[in-house]
Design a protein around this ligand. Structure first.
Ligand code: SD4
Length: 325
């Protein structure tokens, strides 16, 4: 028989922190910190940079920015920053945002010619009364703040674009938002002081319409941090994430008492509800709560994320998916 005592026992277990840590059941009540986690395999290198800061007592905000900058500079990552695939007209346009433990946030969208949009977003946050700057205004702001112009379209990305144009003569009619052509970096961390921050940066969907902006620079969609609760970030088809206000939703589910893992799963269910074509799309979420517990979940198999903490080191975790393999 299920008694009131059982119920209290279960509540006490939850309060004590008995739950999932990256898919493993653990009973430890002690908070884990610092911790950093990032989307996709390029998250390993981003985590390394972030960990240097976190392990020496640094601030989570500095850690996530440093991590995001690594991916932005890597020409072999075709989905973020320098080397990112262009829109269908050949323009590399970048979106990024970050959010700190005070709930402050900064964002840029449709920013061209600047290698580190995440740092421009931070400058917006720290030196202006605004949250978001876009396009020409964002570029002007970046240049006025000492950022240098750079050609972001690499030879490799240009070749891919030319091949895509040849293979898709009727491109204008195509939506081109499938499972494959995206891999944003979203990175969330908790520092030794127990403060949370997050960052998200992308070149967006390859071959998008000129002017298109996805979820990644939208606070609440691509990223959300609430220092009382946790942090979450998204990857995948931005339109689908925006419709569900995905990252905010993950944090709200954690606020209701769900583990990061369950919160990501429940938000993915909402993405399914809001997107009738969800079977053609990929969306993935990762999350971290105030106690340093982590989780991830996605629509289609194939999404993984990198987690770095003291006990486990830097490793890849395969995300559970709504659609089974
Ligand atoms: C976007 N969410 O622009 C980004 C793309 C992405 O993993 O996540 N890629 O829609």
């Amino acid at each position: 028989m299920f008694t009131r005592r059982h119920l209290l026992g279960a509540a006490a277990a939850v309060a004590a922190g008995a739950t999932h840590l990256a898919g493993q059941t653990v009973g430890a009540a002690k908070p884990v910190r610092p911790v950093v986690l990032s989307t996709w395999r390029h998250g390993l290198a981003a985590n390394e940079a972030a960990w240097k800061i976190l392990s020496s007592g640094g601030r989570a905000l500095d850690a996530v920015e440093a991590g995001a900058r690594i991916t932005e500079s890597d020409p072999n990552v075709l989905t973020v920053g320098y080397g990112g695939l262009p829109d269908r007209d050949g323009n590399v346009t970048l979106d990024a945002c970050l959010m700190d433990e005070k709930g402050d946030c900064g964002s840029v969208a449709y920013l061209q010619h600047i290698e580190h949009p995440i740092s421009v977003a931070r400058r917006v946050m720290e030196t202006t009364p605004h949250v978001m700057l876009v396009g020409e205004g964002a570029l002007k702001f970046a240049l006025e703040n000492g950022f240098k112009k750079k050609e972001l379209l690499t030879d490799r990305a240009k070749q891919e674009w030319e091949k895509w144009k040849t293979d898709h003569p009727d491109a204008v009619k195509e939506r081109q938002v499938n499972v494959e052509n995206h891999d944003t970096i979203g990175i969330v961390a908790i520092d030794a002081q127990g403060n949370l921050s997050g960052a998200c940066t992308t070149s967006g969907m390859a071959w998008k319409l000129n002017g298109r902006v996805g979820d990644s620079p939208i606070i609440g969609a691509g990223l959300y941090v609430d220092n009382e609760v946790g942090a979450a970030t998204a990857t995948g088809v931005g339109e689908a994430v925006i419709r569900a206000v995905g990252s905010f939703l993950v944090v709200e589910f954690m606020r209701q008492g769900h583990s990061p893992q369950d919160a990501c799963r429940l938000a993915t269910e909402r993405v399914v509800e809001k997107n009738p074509d969800w079977k053609q799309l990929q969306v993935g979420f990762i999350a971290l709560d105030k106690r340093g517990r982590v989780g991830g979940y996605c629509l289609q198999p194939g999404f993984d994320y990198a987690v770095y903490d003291q006990s486990g080191g830097n490793r890849m975790v395969k995300s559970k998916s709504r659609v089974a393999l």
